[in-house]
Design a protein around this ligand. Structure first.
Ligand code: SF4
Ligand code: SF4
Length: 359
């Protein structure tokens, strides 16, 4: 697939110009500049394909100012975000990607970790090396020992004994979405070498999606696995009698359709869900996707605050989610929203609630 192969879709967009895509674009809702909408990006792409102008750094800025959340795709008949990744590849080939992205990809190639840390998972999680089910942590959880140990404890309470790899390596998702495909292929090879499993559990929605789609592996997000156990009656949960709102991580909900599963787990714990204005397939990104955390932290914070305002508007005090990146981003958003709207909404992971609901 190339940018050129998206021509038909882009021309359709040019013809309709319906603008439905801008409605829930988290970037556009902050910046209010139409160039940054999905339609704006498609326009830029068409001009480049038609040879009206060469790609420029300015164009790269527009293309990379996008969380790749897919909210535009659900308002449109086309897969626009696939085209954006193709466009990013072109920009990388032309040397126009932002230098911070190149640095990030080089860090991953050198260390197997998006943050450039050398983490020996065999030592960190030495008590979780003898389970039956392999579990891939991913870069976001790998350095968060206490949270991972808590999740392992919760899973053990349900009879799920996981096995953490000795020295896992980044799955390659970040390099792929930044447009560094050759580098992503090498990173995928290293991932497979360190983690030679076909069937395994995952904790990060993006790792799950990428290992399924790009590598055809049978990865299962652990929330889905837990849901199946809860639904079959094999796991009994206590009634927590709580009111929360649930934030759908883009890759888990919109991309993989795991929308009802976390909600059914929450309901099985006696948790009442008060939906935000945007939820399910029409959920709104926390702001951290698409590599924006690397180059646009302030815009990411604004998007996280925007999402937390929706949580505040539900009237509940707790937001629950099932993605480590959303969790940390929304935590910041919660602090910022508290300052502005004088109301605190606590951000919790679904694992914390499960811990409370299990003996
Ligand atoms: S909804 Fe689709 S066709 Fe309409 S303007 Fe947006 S990208 Fe173009
Ligand atoms: S993927 Fe998300 S951030 Fe990017 S243009 Fe579409 S709606 Fe906006």
């Amino acid at each position: 697939m190339s940018v050129e192969e998206h021509r038909k879709d882009i021309e359709t967009c040019f013809g309709t110009s319906c603008n439905f895509c801008e409605r829930n674009c988290p970037v556009y809702r902050i910046l209010r500049v139409k160039t940054y909408t999905c339609r704006g990006k498609n326009r830029a792409m068409l001009g480049m394909i038609d040879g009206h102008y060469d790609a420029t750094e300015r164009m790269a800025d527009v293309v990379y100012t996008c969380t790749l959340c897919g909210a535009c795709d659900v308002h449109c008949s086309m897969d626009n975000t696939d085209g954006f990744i193709e466009l990013r590849k072109e920009l990388v080939n032309k040397g126009l990607a932002r230098p911070e992205y190149k640095d990030a990809v080089e860090r991953i190639e050198e260390t197997g970790d998006v943050y450039g840390r050398n983490i020996d998972t065999s030592r960190l999680f030495e008590d979780a090396n003898d389970g039956e089910i392999p579990m891939y942590l991913g870069c976001q959880y790998k350095g968060n020992k206490n949270e991972v140990l808590d999740i392992i404890k919760v899973l053990a309470k349900m009879g799920i004994k996981v096995k953490i790899a000795d020295d896992e390596s980044c799955c390659g998702y970040i390099a792929h979405v930044l447009g560094y495909d050759d580098e992503a292929a090498d990173i995928v090879d290293k991932f497979k070498e360190a983690f030679p499993h076909e069937n395994f559990l995952t904790l990060c929605p993006s790792c799950t999606m990428f290992t399924q789609e790009a590598m055809a592996l049978n990865s299962v997000h652990t929330v889905k696995h837990v849901h199946d156990l809860v639904k079959s009656g094999k796991v009994k949960l206590k009634n927590l009698d709580m009111d929360v709102t649930y934030h759908d991580p883009c890759d888990l909900g919109r991309r993989m359709g795991i929308i009802e599963e976390p909600r059914e787990i929450l309901r099985a714990m006696g948790v009442r869900i008060h939906e935000m204005e945007n939820h399910g397939y029409f959920s709104m990104c926390c702001g951290a996707g698409g590599g924006m955390l690397i180059t646009d932290p302030e815009l990411v914070e604004d998007m996280a605050k925007q999402r937390m305002k929706q949580a505040i508007d539900t009237g509940v005090d707790i937001l629950v989610t099932a993605c480590p990146t959303c969790e940390s981003t929304l935590l910041t958003g919660s602090m910022l929203a508290r300052k502005e709207y004088k109301k605190r909404v606590k951000v919790m992971s679904i694992w914390e609630l499960l811990d409370e609901a299990l003996d």
